[in-house]
Design a protein around this ligand. Sequence first.
Ligand code: GLC
Length: 718
Amino acid sequence: MNLTQLLNDMTLDEKIDQFIQLATFFYAGAETQGEITGPMEDMGISQEIIRNSGSVLGASGAKEVKNIQKVHLENNRLGIPLLMMADIVHGFKTIFPVPLAIGCSWDEELAERSAEIAAKEAAVSGVHVTFAPMVDLVRDPRWGRVMETTGEDPYLNSRFAKAFVRGFQGDDLTNDTDRVAACVKHFAAYGAPEGGRDYNTVNMSERELREYYLPAYKAALDEGCEMVMTAFNTVDGIPATGNKKLMRDLLREEWDFNGVMISDWGAVKELIPHGIAADESEAAFKAINAGVDIEMMTACYVKNLKDLVEAEEVKEELIDEAVIRILELKEKLGLFENPYRGADEQLEKEVIMSTEHREVAYELATKSCVLLKNEEILPLQKDKKIALIGPFANNGDILGQWSWQGSKEESVKIYEGMTNKVGIANVLTARGSGIDSATDDQFAEAVKIAKKADVIVLALGEKSEMSGEAGSRSNIRLPDVQLKLIEEMKKLNKPIVSVLINGRPLDLHGVYEESDGILEGWFPGTEGGRAIADLLYGDVNPSGRLTMSFPYNVGQVPVYYNHYNTGRPKDAPDAQDRYVSQYLDIPNEPLFPFGFGLSYTNYQYSDLTLSTDHLTANDEIEVSVKVKNVGSTKGEEVVQLYVRDLVGEVVRPLKELKAYQKIKLNPGEEREITFSLTEEQLRYYHADLSFESDTGKFKVFVGPNSRECLEQSFDLRK
Ligand code: GLC
């Protein structure tokens, strides 16, 4: 397709109408109303604008997508096909664990595989672009969308961002039944709202933004991610969607990103309530100047840009640039040759929720769960009588938010997983309580069956709406009624294992002390109940490691491992009793740190060795360590390497993750694991925003988590 010629053939109206993205129900041919993920309003747009529109939000299903596209092409003067975009964040119909759980697998290959499967199921269902990966770095579990990211570390988030982009896009987007274009989001720093309250103000220095919050977006774009979605929040006082410095200067100029940029739902018009636009015309002016191409679900562009161009306030070249980017994406996806791309009802039947796909969902779920406590109660013995009690004992709400197409009914519930394994006679069950309400009968029923059991397994947590978008909580404990249920069970003096189904690190007050074992299940996805059963009974050895800290309580938030030392560190050798950086009532450290996770076996680290005690810019240090499985069960261990820059031009974190390896070890097996460390990995943003390393002393740490490490030292020399 000659896009320049096509652009020349387009009227100004037709160009500008390419910019609007509307939900499915605006289109003739739609059978469903698609996903509604934001405020609805009467947009006052004409049928002509819909006929000329450029993309659809939330359409999926081969038949529906083909209907919409067919009707559209019959009415669009130049036959320009629609882009079909939807949120496929952790699976399409086969739902994988939520991304925070996937991050805890520390298994990039499996993460990539999950995105590949999601892309395949979406592509045959007629989707062209997914609004994923979401790579916002997070440090505040009050924010509901922590479930959607891989956590608090920029290096790990970057590795997973690349893996997800590879999985969604592959290396050929014309591969129309296997791949979809990816859209990294939410640019930028959406994960740092004040108070952990969604859509709230984000305040940070540009240095902090570049050091911690930007790397994962850049990693996704370096991997070839086709699109960027703007964030709702302000960045240094200017909403991202109208932030020229962030979008045009940094993203487009400095990073040389020339792909399509889409606003988040209504974010262009929200420049008005934010207070940087007096009306929709000014909102359109600021967003188009910031470089935003597609306006999702508001109509500032289509109702104002023509006047702005005719008044010479916006150059038509700016419009043309944006249109070309959209047309180029359609071209890359092969839509001009085949507007129906991969949509195929027969392939839908063959591919979606296939056994192969479910097996990957199961495997990833087994690797994403994190064993947080085990006082010799796990694994469960198969001949023991278990009382499985709690709101998640037999509950399909284990998919988590952003699983629109998934089926709660078809997900494997914990009760199903356990009884499939040991038979119904060995698993007594009762709800015991709802998520946040209970009746006396429910409690009584729970007590009754618990008395007959050897071990009580409590399946507790948050319903999926308690996290995700607009799912912020000021109190991150389990709902009171579930804490009461634990108390009642504790009175029976039987061993208690708590399985948690939740979308954020919780304040485990009332759970941690009361449980002999705790398995963090997150939202484990379609095969969650089967995976959790296999972990509880030891057929799989837990290998998940936290990628987001668990605070002692919400008062400790934000708490994260890569924090600074302060001038009065509590653990300094000469620390006073009082005048140090501390709480009077809890430790400074989180209950569970970044990288933490237990296993049914134990690993011994020894002989941390550096190939040399100094490093220059032209060479590297080989770091080696021995890891031995000293237990009786095979398992997977995540060997983590951190560094500390002892003296910088700006303060430097106590630890920074720089590498990791997930390794398998049989009982008694010992392996020597090596990493290479280079000067490039020691660079950071200085006060003047230069990105370079400093000579001087460094420490290197290697261990099973960010708290327990062997350490060595080296010098960086120029
Ligand atoms: C929502 C979300 C965004 C999503 C979009 C479309 O508001 O913030 O992540 O992709 O709307 O559903």
